[in-house]
Design a protein around this ligand. Sequence first.
Ligand code: PEP
Length: 248
Amino acid sequence: MTNNNIYFIANWKMFGSVKLVNSLNNVISYSKKNKHKAKIVYCPPYTLLKSFVDKTKNSNIEIGAQDCHINSDYGPYTGAISSKMIKDLGAKFVIIGHSETRKENDNKKINLKIKSALNKKLNVIFCIGEKLIDKKKNKTKFVLKKQLLEGLKNLNKLNKVIIAYEPVWSIGTGIVPTENNLIKNVKFIKDTLKRSKKFSMSKVLYGGSVNQKNIKNLMRIDNIDGFLIGGASTNEKIFIDIMKKSII
Ligand code: PEP
């Protein structure tokens, strides 16, 4: 894998406090001198978006939210956050369709969310991935194709959409797919995108238990364009270690 322009997207899920914003200091200085020009994006909870945007102002680190509402503007939706509000804070990315949010989001709703984010010119990190039961029943390709085609239905501005392939059975479990399995599934995703023409340039990332021990092996898979990292990204030393070890 060439190590230029590889994405390292940190999904902090429901972690973090205002105090922890200072833990970005080392990552900011690493990003300023990093040799492989990794593209670093932090996705903290909504409550920390503004602090992260301010903290990373003079760096090349970008900030993203972890979800958004289907309505892109303002509206009577208690507790919800729209892409307009995310954009207003200075964030440039949003994760949509993460498996931890899919109970409340079917493919149709995910499609509306992607449209709302693109409407506000946010970059979308669109997560797809099969459950263990799908894998056992040999339904991985069927599930991935359905999630892709329904999630991206009637869209054409796909240069702002990054796909994150995250097998649900890999997230937070310490289990990473075999090299063959990953190569095959990422190729399948890229081929499916190519067939629909509009999306042929989309980047495909891998997510699921990425850490400082498995990154070197994962970097050998040359059709992956980067990583979505949960748990390991909340520890700055480990996150930097992952990026350092990705230089091959
Ligand atoms: C994720 O939440 O997207 C993720 C990949 O988590 P983890 O790295 O902890 O498996």
